[in-house]
Ligand binder design. Sequence first.
Ligand code: AMP
Ligand code: MG
Length: 316
Amino acid sequence: MITTNTDKAKQVLENDGIIGFPTETVYGLAGNALSEKAIRSIFQLKNRPLDNPLIVHVSSLDKIDFITENMPNKAHQLADKFWPGPLTLLLKKSDKISDLVTAGQETVAVRIPNHPIALKLLESLDFPLVAPSANPYQSISPTSAKHVADYFENELTLVLDGGFCEKGLESTIVGFEDDDVVIYRLGSIPLEDIEACVGKVKMNTGRDLKSPGMAKKHYSPKTPLIVTKNIEEVLQRLDNRKRSIVCFDQLPNVQEMENTIFYSFHGDLDFAASRLYSLLHELDDQNLDILIFEEFPNIGLGKTINDRIKRASELK
Ligand code: AMP
Ligand code: MG
């Protein structure tokens, strides 16, 4: 099931099938973006509601014209700076893109991923790919081929192996309203880097549900998770439960405790971003009672990580 053979992957895709697809952000469930059958299979596999639109992946800028119209100047500036890379742009869709992909919206989400195998495969196809993250709806995104195979062992025939995802967090989603640049999802490109390119941006609150990736509960492990600024205080409250304590940098100054797995990201935001989901997968397999995460510094990728762990902490 797990393979590095892009020719086999191409064959599956050309027959409206679905594959596990490596990118530098997280693994996707990929299918032909122009095939209604493939699109429907993806929604079904993920158990994803049809009002949650998909991201379309292409290998180069010259393929964007086919699927979009009127790319704004600021979109060009961002594309020049960050593509291929973990940037998704919301652009006016062309009539080649079905309402099923965009959940009826006038915009389509587009990305050129920066992963050699993804690019090789996309270049070999004469259609773009839709590729939402390869996890059941609301669960933790996969950052290795094995994560995908574990989620979909009975449903997928092929997962294309591209190693561990270098970034490990989803793409940053950016839209355009009149002259404004609007962030629809924090992601692997820090907000500050987007603003350095196009100036001040606005945040989409997600309240209009145009971007369900901003839904309150998302990215969740099965184990309850809490986020705190004060680990010591939480530990006093939660005696004796089997737990993990995950810190950005310094571990708390407490005695060795039974029933506790300590973990630190050593103050390294890039490392923390690339490791976050795989750590959540590992901790979720340990049958713990609770995961306690220290809140991250609210800068750069720390903002994205706080966004994810806070959504992961929402009750089901
Ligand atoms: P995923 O593919 O799992 O990373 O999720 C894709 C996310 O992209 C969706 O949940 C939405 O939040 C966002 N998205 C995709 N298309 C659009 C769109 N046309 N408008 C707003 N948000 C979008
Ligand atoms: Mg997702």
